[in-house]
Ligand binder design. Sequence first.
Ligand code: PMP
Length: 406
Amino acid sequence: MKRIYFDYASTSPIDKDVLKTISNTSGAIFGNPSSIHQIGQIASKTIFEAKKSIASAIGAKYNEIIFTSGATEANNLVILGTYNYFIKNNNKRPHIITTQTEHESILEPLKSIEPYCDITYIPVSKDGLIDLNFLTSAIKENTILISVIMANNETGTIAPIKEISKIIKEFSARDGSSLGGKINKSSIYPLLHTDASQALQFININVEELGIDLLTLSAHKIYGPKGIGLLYAKNLLPKNNKTLNSPINPIILGGGQEFGFRSGTEDVPKIAGFQKSIEINEKIKKQNYKKIKELNNYFIKRLKNIHQNLEINGQDLSSNKRIPNIVNIYIPEKDKESLLISMDLKGVCASSGSACASRANKESGVLKSMGFNEERINQSIRFSFGKFTNKKEIDESIKIIENITK
Ligand code: PMP
């Protein structure tokens, strides 16, 4: 049976040029990047080139990139690493601010330190936007980290990262407000982190311009390999050109790879594949945005002809506060489980939200925090499109959905 894939937000199929890069690199570049000899140095140079290229795509420097096993690990490194660094160097109880709509890889590590750390969860409105006034008044003298997802993986809603960094700057400029008690304008806290795993495909990201200290990316959301991601970490501590000086303690200890922030022999082919996927994405970003937005609009328009009472959870399709590929829809009286299963039996793959939450069979915390009741959550599903989606697939899926639900 032909399958129609509308679940790009959970993962994307690998780009054929990325695959080629990975297979070329796998065969030829097998050395351990930490080895001093030539074979090792070739591998090390491949990583260096990847860091330079990726860093330039997000306005960073090569020595601010830490490769990880994915966005989950990068997010864990942010939460646990900044927390551990702070408590080792200070005797205060830290405070972290985040939102109710973060990915599990932020929320779960936060849960693990909850007994020892104050945590504030910023609420969101019905359309998925965070309350900036709430955020402004939540920042305290002991706030070490503010972590806000750039584009939500369930609804596609974009957070105003630049405004948040402005709020942090204004707070830090206030007399006596920074960590350290009295006037301490050189304080590095609060740090600003954003998980941009879903965002990079469509949004031009410049960490300097946006005022971001820490940023998470994952390759498999942009047609790259699974099992590779990164953390951008700004050099915030006293400078040394070659190493990364960030207020983070590593969570994986060993041989000291990745500037000491993530031990373990690097997966060079996946790193090269990640680089290639970002290079391709940067080239097609604008046209991809336009194409996917049109397809999403077309899908919803056609679906509304069948289900006039359908509603979108989150930002309206015309809003610029959303990425164009994700649409979370509520179809009254259509149970999500049976709809997803019936669609799957006919070859249409969609999902009920985050794949990680589905695995744990959890109800969507994102929709719940937006104020939707259980009934609506149980009748809501997420469609997400990608660069390989075409109009024919949408037409076919609409026919299938019509047959199943009429
Ligand atoms: N953050 C977000 C926003 C995501 O969508 C995902 C993937 N579901 C992750 C983190 C986890 O990414 P990875 O699979 O690379 O660990």
